[in-house]
Design a binder for this molecule. Sequence first.
Ligand code: MSP
Length: 511
Amino acid sequence: MKKPDIYITTPLYYVNSHPHIGHTFTTVVADIVKRYHKLFGRQVYLLTGTDEHGEKIAMAAQNAGVDVKKFVDDNSKRFKEVWDLMGLEYDDFIRTTEERHKKVVRYLLQKLHDTGDIYFASYEGHYCIGCERFITASELVDGKCPDHGTVPKLVKEENYFFKMSKYVDTFKKEIEKKPDIIRPEWYRNEVLGYLKEKIEDLCISRPKDRVSWGIELPFDNRFVTYVWFDALLNYISAIGYPDNPEFKDYWNVSEHFIAKDILRTHTIYWGTMLLASGLPLYKHLNVHGYWNMSGMKMSKSLGNVIEPTAFKQKYGDQGLRFFFLREMHWGEDSDFTMERYIGRYNTDLANNYGNLISRTMGMMEKYYPNDEKIEITKDLLSKHPLKDALENVIKSYKNDFYKYEFHKTLELMWALFDDTNKHIAESKPWEIAKAGDKAALCKTLAPVLEIIRITTYMLTPIMPLVCTQILNELGFEGAVNVKFDDFTKWGYSKTFNVKYKNKKFFERIEQ
Ligand code: MSP
């Protein structure tokens, strides 16, 4: 691959459970962002994968009565299968049990041990297995972990520690200097809030007699590496740290996508680990909120999950991708209910966008039969009010989308569809056709076709399969091989040769 313009990562998902809609969301967003940038000719590299060591996974394997290696192999495969089934365009899938990753973990542990940033001591703290980390007293709510609702267990043992406290000030200065390093900004403020507390050093080992499923410390074989210290390093091990001469090309343009549950680990832990290793911080940390079910975070431990494979079998995945982006306001929580999904799908996709396409293509088929082309000349398109609204959508797509404020662009785009549907209702092309005035008919339909062509192109990263099909039926190849600034030009297409095959692109979901 050419030098990347953006290196995108998702979290590495724990293999103690199967993928649900929450995991699917982050991975789908990463895929959409990749496809979005590709429209502008940018090179994007997308990494995802699975987090496979630690106490939580070892316990899950034991509870399932399966050998832990087989357990992680099977469950990791499931994540990969689901991403493939959803058609996600990842470039690499890393597993923390792979040798290419383990050797980087060992390398870095040794390096930090040699420089004195890792030391041996005894420790007592409250450990939440769900989070796989020690919880500070200020995080506890009624003595329980706020994310898992469980009482952390008191653990006292001798371990190795990473001098996290030594790097906290530098980390704080770095994020103060870079207002958009953590987005949206309120999460950056939240992190600055954490940094007001005293940050202790990080316990980065587990004695093998308690947890043996992990990467052995290179300097003490009685211990394995703490799972977060291991997993976070995937972001650099996957791109060949430290030997790959191209490593920096990737790292300098890195963007992590995570939900807020792992904000602390991706800032205080990961930030200080990077600084101690002599590496710059990631370029951006993009943080989204939770998909909730009845106000509770969707999660395996709470048992309230929607399973992506079953969802896809019943409803497909194009509508889901749209729903994800339209419904969640980036950074905030959102409720996932089937009522909301079906409501959004029927209103926005079936009734509005879908109907606009079907009626327009239906008219084209009827009024321009036998391969007759509609010629688009400049005077047919000049100064149309729909054009101004479209320019606004394009501007928002370039700006808001880039900040992951997807819903704003989609809101504007759907208002444009309303106006376009209104334009059809008011100009009554069927009466013009009846009167046999082809020139006037062309003048009415040309802006509608342009709106559909350009917006469908812009929607391709969100609904690649169906949008490509729509573009094909409009007589275009699809979004590949055409540059954004060319294809979104009003009047870029000189003719439309509609070959309408689908009677409906978005069938209503009847309950
Ligand atoms: N293994 C760690 C991450 C290590 S990264 C080096 C982990 N794994 S996880 O399986 O629990 O995945 C957490 C991530 O899954 C969240 O940050 C988010 O990306 C996604 N989500 C899981 N449940 C979710 C929701 N209910 N809503 C939104 N995103 C969700 O943490």
